[in-house]
Design a protein around this ligand. Structure first.
Ligand SMILES: Nc1ncnc2c1ncn2[C@@H]1O[C@H](COP(=O)(O)OP(=O)(O)OP(=O)(O)O)[C@@H](O)[C@H]1O
Ligand SMILES: [Mg+2]
Length: 254
């Protein structure tokens, strides 16, 4: 079984099927792009995998464990982490604290230990703080920014901080929803390098992006959604020439 195995997933909003029987498989270290016109269901698919939205039918497995009926925190602990299309940081909290929020999913001391603030907890916190600094540097944010409020970071750095926070949960599978949105050409190039380095850590990456020049060289395969349905799943050069895909983007019949 694949690391991430999405089978015939349906997400409905009333009569609308935002995701309509979509299946996909993702292996460790793979970078797969999810593309499609606005409203195609890309974010809804990510919400389904990460547990933010309940699926109407279908099944989702991570490392062989069925996760679609788990709570959102259990899904995070099973190895799924994500970033959001619109940056969702705690702007008034420090950069470092934002990363620790992500790490919290994996800290082992229980609720009681949290309250008692035991030695075990304190030592876990110290390790977590060190790791937060490591992650900051890994995503290319100077560690001198650790104590600043997240909202003070430049836009591109905030996008990277979201990635650092997601990595803090030690995911097996990372879902990036339009990570390159709003970035300039240099920032996009750096982001592509970062995504490759994350994949080299054997993390599976599913990435939504509209900028074809960004996804084409980066992704091993592209999955195309249109009106909730998967209309293509192939290597980028094949997808680019697929008349059904072109028609979906141009809004005309193939
Ligand atoms: N919470 C919701 N309630 C009702 N309809 C929703 C909800 N979330 C999404 N939708 C609808 O589901 C469809 C898919 O939306 P989704 O946000 O998944 O698309 P997308 O491919 O991510 O689009 P974009 O490229 O604009 O981000 C759209 O028709 C959208 O209006
Ligand atoms: Mg979206």
């Amino acid at each position: 079984m694949s690391l991430l195995d999405v089978r015939e997933v349906v997400v409905s909003f009333g009569a609308l099927r935002a995701v309509d029987h979509v299946s996909l498989e993702l292996e460790a270290a793979q970078i797969i792009g999810v593309i499609g016109p606005n409203g195609a269901g890309k974010s809804s698919l990510f919400n389904a995998i990460s547990g933010a939205t309940r699926i109407a039918s279908g099944e989702i497995f991570c490392s062989g464990t069925r996760i679609d009926r788990l709570r959102i925190d259990e899904i995070a602990r099973s190895g799924i982490a994500r970033t959001f299309q619109n940056i969702r940081l705690f702007g008034h909290m420090s950069v470092q604290a934002n990363i620790l929020v992500g790490e919290h999913a994996t800290l082992h001391s229980g609720v009681l230990a949290d309250m008692l603030h035991t030695k075990a907890m304190q030592s876990e916190e110290r390790v977590a703080t060190n790791r937060a600094i490591e992650l900051l540097e890994f995503v290319g944010i100077p560690s001198s920014h650790a104590g600043r409020d997240a909202r003070e970071l430049a836009y591109g750095e905030q996008r990277r901080l979201e990635i650092a926070r997601a990595l803090a949960a030690s995911p097996k599978c990372l879902l990036l929803d339009e990570p390159a949105a709003g970035l300039n050409a240099t920032e996009k190039r750096d982001l592509a390098k970062l995504v490759r380095r994350i994949a080299e850590m054997k993390i599976a990456i599913l990435l939504v992006e509209h900028d074809m020049s960004f996804v084409m060289p980066l992704c091993e395969r592209l999955i195309v959604l249109d009106y909730g349905k998967k209309i293509a799943d192939a290597i980028p050069s094949v997808v680019r020439a697929d008349p059904v895909v072109l028609a979906a983007y141009l809004g005309v019949a193939p």
